[in-house]
Design a protein. Sequence first.
Lengths: 332, 413
Amino acid sequence: MSETRTLLTDTADRLFTDLAAHPDAPFAEVWPSIAEAGFESLLLGEDEGGFGGDWGDLFAVARLAGSHALAAPVGEAAVAAWALTRAGLTPAEGLATIAPAVDGCVENGRFTGSLKATPWGGAAQTVVATHAGSLLRLQTTDCRIESGHSPVGEPRDTLTFEGAVAEAAPSDIDLLACGAFLRTAQIAGALDAALAASIAYANERVQFGKPISKFQTVQQTLAIFAIEAAAVNSAGQAAARAADAGVADFEFAAAKLRANIAAGQGAALAHQVHGAIGFTQEHPLHRLTRRLAGWRSEFGSDRFWAQRLGRRVAGLGPDGLWPELARRSDAA
Amino acid sequence: MSVQTATNPSTATRRFDPLARKDDLDAFRAEVRAWLEAVVPADWRARMTGASEADYVAFQRWWFAEMGKVGLATPHWPRDWGGADIGIRHQVIIFEEIARAQAPNPDMFVISLYHLPATLFGNGSKTQRDRYLTGVKERGEVWCQGFSEPGSGSDLASLRTRAERKGDVYVVNGQKVWSSYGAFADYCLLLARTDPTAPKKQAGISYFILNMKAPGVTVRPIRQATGQAEFCEIFLDNVEIPVSDLIGEENAGWAIAQSTLSAERGLIIFELSERMARTLDADLADAKRTDAAWLKDDEARRAFTRAYNDMVALRLMIRALMQEIETDPHMGSTTMPTYIKVHFSELLRRYTEFRLKLGGLSGQLRQPIILGGGHQTGNAMHDFLLSYAWTISGGANEILKTMIAERALGLPR
Ligand SMILES: Cc1cc2nc3c(=O)[nH]c(=O)nc-3n(C[C@H](O)[C@H](O)[C@H](O)COP(=O)(O)OP(=O)(O)OC[C@H]3O[C@@H](n4cnc5c(N)ncnc54)[C@H](O)[C@@H]3O)c2cc1C
């Protein structure tokens, strides 16, 4: 764990709180303050001009972004910068993001194909993608941008390239898994925030002459919710520890699958406790819950990660699972 | 908006009359089908995608009028009150065919079609029934429901909107909230307190017909998380309601409200369940035709099969309810509607979630909404988010489960 995490999370919390006060501010006004705070270079070493942070730091920051329903690719930019540096590619110019889904091929250093539903793809100058054992660095000046939106209205753009110059380097970085880690952290934060909002609302809302938090059904709903949120936070933090210790593909997969399941449960429980008021645009709850609904299918759906994990676990054989789990949790 | 009525010129001249064929179920079905094929505009979904509110309202009115022309706007009402006097099997056929044709949902008229008649059938005066049921059937009057208030949701009996008798009128002051279609409504089913001193809160409530155009009524639309401004706040400032628009006796409103709520929890789901059945069958057929990957995925198969079972059970519950209503058109029991609402809302949540998952990454991208598409807009994220409303509206599921425990199962309070 980095020494300066408290400093980092204080800065992030303050900045994201300010930004959350203007949820509809244009991105061009939001991003400069985030860039200025240096979150993009969070994972870069101090000698590389970065913050020298680890995956635990990234988890903490992305978690806060999630809890404030921040509409900005903080984690994507940090992972993009880190991946480019690790692979020895040219650093990003301006905003860099990562592509969740790559469909295409590279020939003679040129990429033809499309990057689907890329977070802030249209706003970014540089896009980093994983393709056939390589890391690709692409410039959005070379592509056609078809803008799309997440359920809450964040950009998820499809970028189509036609023989565009692609810097490439062999790399074992799995950007899909990294993106899954980011979404896990955001889901963890959004669940905690939705839980806190639900508890506060239940204590405040009076029906039948008492706060609805006095009804056992509501209490149990909140208790189940708390368990879900805690599970995602634990799984995400364990994944961060594993990444800081070495290879974490198993943990990233398990954490995202757990987060997906909790996102579905948590959003439903939050709405149930809030009643009709939570179903309005004026109430801020939907900023969290619509994100939760969208993040669930980004960077690997339930089925995707369940299959990947399932194959791997089955491959360990009848005597292999327990020692493997023990080895991993001992290391963490 | 110009509404193209006939999509097929050769049938445009023919007059359809399904009710004339009601003695022969097959002929009845064939006529309903032929009518739908001729009348439902092939492009209505495209036209209602991201449509303006004015276009939506015009289209709803047009569709309701078209249904009325063939006597199918209010087929489930008793004949004396403007209905078609047909049995359950006919009604099933109508909704099956409507679902099959993917016809628009007349959702703006839901209160007019279900809540209003359920309220007036057993409790309204003859004058009220003649005036207001005819108004729906012949003039397409839109109704909304003014039950909930900012401080009174689950605890409806605590409502504070006040109605005071002054000569020939009641003077009403207060505020209602979450009234669906309130912005388009001509009338409102209104609950207000007439006796604030009654020892039991329930005993001081009366049931009124409120003219939404009356002086002192202000409506403010509230936008939902899905983007639609479906429900409204209604502010009542010294609004005068003629004594003739009191439904039933003064202070007897609570019991009458139970009839309204029975319709809201039961019969209202009839059309929705037929549409849902259609969606499940279509999804399955599509998957088989395209050899979809989920057909070989154990978990997806289980989720689908469970939804399918639940859908079959839902349809059977609706039929049981309709049999109850056929024997006792005024009321029926309140138990079955409560079961139906809890069952439907939970099934809807699970199935819309299943479809969202099948859609993968592209399924979760935001698309414009199809107005009047109900829960089968094909926009998986919208349909899923809308399912959050169903475990709350018409009585939160927690409250309904307590009702089942206490009233149906006789468990201690
Ligand atoms: C889409 C939509 C359309 C609607 N349309 C209309 C309409 O047309 N007309 C109208 O009058 N109303 C309408 N409503 C309002 C609806 O009837 C209320 O939302 C509902 O009764 C719940 O009330 P509430 O929202 O105030 O939630 P609350 O009553 O505040 O409940 C919040 C939470 O607390 C729980 N809770 C409350 N009391 C208890 C208890 N005793 N035991 C256990 N749990 C409890 C509830 O189950 C819920 O989970 C609509 C609502 C929605 C969402």
